[in-house]
Design a protein around this ligand. Structure first.
Ligand SMILES: *[C@@H]1O[C@H](CO)[C@@H](O)[C@H](O)[C@H]1NC(C)=O
Ligand SMILES: *[C@@H]1O[C@H](CO)[C@@H](O)[C@H](O)[C@H]1NC(C)=O
Ligand SMILES: [Zn+2]
Length: 333
């Protein structure tokens, strides 16, 4: 092809620009987080995620109870995909059985709106010193799980994006412990079959969503932020659970063996963004050792009587069994 020097420059620029636009975002170099704002304006917003949660600066607040619906439903299928940025997990449920959540900080703008499960995915580091997106007191966790939920006020995920409280993300940190987490066994083994970009794999024995989370779903921090990947849409309600999920070194290592574009897929976390004028809240629990029940309704004496009652009733049961055996109860009828 013939072209004058000026035309050549223009043509080269055009081709390069085309290539840049077509190319996906990344986590380093010219497609790294510092450049996301060039292609996606929202990424330069003032209410972005992730953030550092400085625990001394959080505001304690007693939120309504967070209600989890269908989190114990076994899905028909679970599909993992290496999409080049993360392991994306989709679950397929019987009609009406898709997990939903409501209450807690989700009630702030729209009371009684359910948020429906969309997908979950992960962010992790090259080693255990980095990986999570949000930080607690400037500390990273080695990985973070994001469970993405969409407000049912919107017909689909795309229309919920960027709407006030349209999307909620439940975030769970990972902590490396000695033993394998049995709930992550099939998941981490399947990772070897999605080693390269665009590969997918299906669970043989699908587990309910709750099995991938922590059991403590009442201790959390919450704030309003954004998606942590382009398009970085804001007005996302973040719920960061304080108690991490335990996973073994071997299990987390399997994430680091994934690849995308001839590179290991790791360090797929965005650096922390300024908090600006936002407040981070910590859910304040009622001060009782019995969860939701007010202390006054469980006097110590009653608890002691309870023990006596159990003993009495088990003696009665034993007596009945003895009577039955002797055929006396039959005789009474
Ligand atoms: C952990 O990984 C990060 C990111 O790749 C790197 O900067 C850091 O030096 C590593 N730390 C250790 C202890 O290997
Ligand atoms: C976190 O880091 C910031 C900036 O380096 C510092 O001002 C702040 O005191 C640190 N917070 C904690 C809890 O260490
Ligand atoms: Zn995420």
């Amino acid at each position: 092809m013939k072209c004058s020097p000026a035309n050549c420059v223009a043509l080269t620029l055009l081709l390069t620009c085309g290539a840049v636009t077509a190319q996906d975002f990344g986590y380093e170099g010219q497609h790294g987080p510092e450049h996301w704002g060039e292609d996606y304006k929202r990424c330069s917003g003032k209410h972005q995620s992730p953030i550092n949660i400085d625990v001394v600066n959080v505001v304690e607040k007693q939120f309504p109870t967070l209600e989890f619906i269908n989190f114990d439903e076994k899905p028909k299928g679970i599909r993992l995909t290496n999409n080049g940025h993360t392991v994306l997990v989709k679950m397929d449920f019987e009609p009406g059985k898709t997990p939903r959540v409501r209450g807690g900080p989700l009630d702030a703008r729209s009371a009684n709106t359910d948020y429906q499960f969309e997908q979950f995915h992960f962010h992790w580091g090259a080693n255990n010193t980095v990986g999570s997106e949000d930080l607690i007191n400037n500390q990273s966790y080695p990985a973070e799980l994001h469970v993405v939920m969409r407000s049912l006020q919107y017909k689909d995920f795309a229309s919920a994006l960027g709407q006030d409280h349209g999307v909620a993300v439940m975030a769970f940190f990972f902590r490396v412990k000695g033993n394998d987490n049995p709930n992550y066994n099939e998941f981490t083994h399947l990772l070897s079959s999605i080693a390269t970009k665009d590969k997918s794999a299906n669970f043989v024995a699908p587990l309910p969503l709750e099995k991938f989370l922590t059991s403590d779903l009442v201790n959390y921090y919450t704030y309003v932020g954004s998606l942590t990947t382009p398009p970085c849409s804001e007005e996302v309600v973040w719920i960061d659970f304080s108690n991490p999920i335990d996973i073994s070194e071997d299990q987390i290592e399997r994430f680091r063996h994934l690849t995308a574009n001839d590179q290991h897929l790791m360090n797929n976390f965005r650096p922390i963004q300024p908090l600006n004028d936002r407040t981070v809240y910590q859910n304040l629990l009622p001060m009782t050792p019995y969860g939701e029940m007010p202390m006054s309704s469980i006097p110590f004496v009653d608890a002691a009587n309870g023990v006596v009652e159990v003993t009495t009733s088990s003696k009665l049961l034993l007596l009945c069994l003895l009577l039955l055996k002797a055929g006396i109860l039959v005789a009474f009828n």
